[in-house]
Design a protein around this ligand. Structure first.
Ligand SMILES: [Zn+2]
Length: 376
């Protein structure tokens, strides 16, 4: 344990579900789990200063390897002293492998045993992302947690494709591990694949768990499947991973997807959702999702969410927020982003407390009736 960049402690297991209360210690601080991680794609959580992100209770943020590799270039970030220094964020950072964006944004991509060839979406320039390159870039960025380079198979891929893809992901993981030179500074997480096929999930889990990594992600869910299919994988996949390591589901940011993941034993999740919908005038509140542009808010001088303690709700009215949004004012993005991040952070605080008190399922029922069943 002494030379590992990340230590995970399992503090308590909920009596009514598989929910877990845990704690991760990283080179840049402690993270209480379950935890929602805001996304800072371009070395910034959009429309927010680091102090404001911290004020929402954020314990760790994400950086996107693909975007930072293309611009400004990871060599510049390395010269700046790493991503923490470059963006003035002194708490933990997790970086993805770049794989997801290569598969979703990369034009003319070509997958081979070696890696993925793609053209930049910015200027069409040709690049090759390999397991070694992904790790090299993530070492330049200096994140606390880095992710293994995996193939993100199309969500509708058939059994044979997923089987080959899962095996390739395991071979790429071995190369990522070999390329990493600083296990005491950065923790490398492996990613389970296998699509919606249980036997392939089992094979994938077995083949990555033998490397005894500091943590594991469950990849290939929340990729456009139905909610039933999503929950279907959660019902068995987390149990295939070691109990004493953190488990991460990428790209979930709506309350119901988070509650389901936590209920089935997931500890970490991230999404652009709260900040993206904020820029479209949408807010998550304790009484459900609202659109601030709604005419009914024109003379509504109450706070956005009377149960919220964020800067926005302490200082501004729904009428003012509606006005800002309708005028396209930058402050609208800032204030709604801060509120939405606080909302998810506070929701996770409640989740952690409920697990400690063995009442996670009660909290879930209360939350659902207010958020999904209540009236505005
Ligand atoms: Zn608020």
């Amino acid at each position: 344990m002494g030379n590992s960049a990340l230590i995970f402690e399992l503090l308590h297991k909920d009596a009514s579900s598989k929910a877990r209360r845990g704690r991760m210690t990283t080179p840049h601080g402690v993270i209480e789990t379950p935890v929602f991680m805001p996304v800072g794609t371009q070395a910034t959580v959009k429309a927010m200063k680091p102090e404001e992100v911290k004020a929402t209770g954020a314990q760790i943020i994400l950086g996107n390897t693909y975007h930072l590799y293309l611009r400004p270039g990871s060599d510049i970030i390395r010269e700046a002293g790493g991503l923490h220094n470059f963006m003035n964020w002194d708490k933990p950072i997790l970086t993805d492998s770049g794989g997801y964006q290569v598969f979703s944004l990369g034009h003319m991509r070509k997958i081979s045993e070696e890696g993925v060839k793609f053209s930049s979406y910015i200027d069409g320039s040709k690049h090759m992302l390999t397991p070694e390159k992904s790790i090299e870039v993530q070492m330049d960025l200096g994140s606390d947690i880095m992710m293994a380079f995996d193939e993100c198979a199309p969500p509708d891929a058939d059994y044979d494709y997923i089987k080959r893809s899962q095996a390739l992901t395991t071979r790429w993981l071995e190369r990522c591990i070999a390329a990493q030179k600083n296990t005491e500074k950065q923790a490398l997480f492996g990613i389970m694949q296998g699509g919606f096929f249980r036997d392939l999930r089992e094979i994938s889990a077995e083949s990555i768990v033998r490397f005894d990594l500091p943590g594991y992600a469950i990849g290939g869910i929340s990729v456009g499947e139905t909610k039933e299919e999503y929950i279907g994988v959660l019902e068995y996949a987390p149990d295939l991973l070691p109990e004493n390591k953190p488990r991460y589901v990428m790209g979930i940011g709506t309350p119901d997807y988070i509650f389901e993941a936590v209920e089935h034993g997931v500890d970490m999740f991230d999404c652009v959702e709260p900040t993206r919908i904020a820029r479209h005038g949408m807010a998550m509140t304790s009484f459900g999702r609202v659109s601030i542009k709604n005419a009914k808010f024109a003379r509504d001088f109450r706070p956005l969410d009377p149960e919220c303690d964020c800067y926005t709700c302490r200082h501004y009215s729904r009428a003012y927020l509606r006005h800002l949004f309708k005028e396209g004012e930058t402050l609208s993005h800032m204030l709604l982003s801060e509120h939405n991040l606080r909302f998810l952070s506070k929701m996770c605080e409640g989740i952690r407390k409920s697990i400690e008190e063995d009442r996670f399922m009660d909290l879930k029922a209360e939350f659902y009736s207010k958020y999904y069943g209540g009236q505005n």
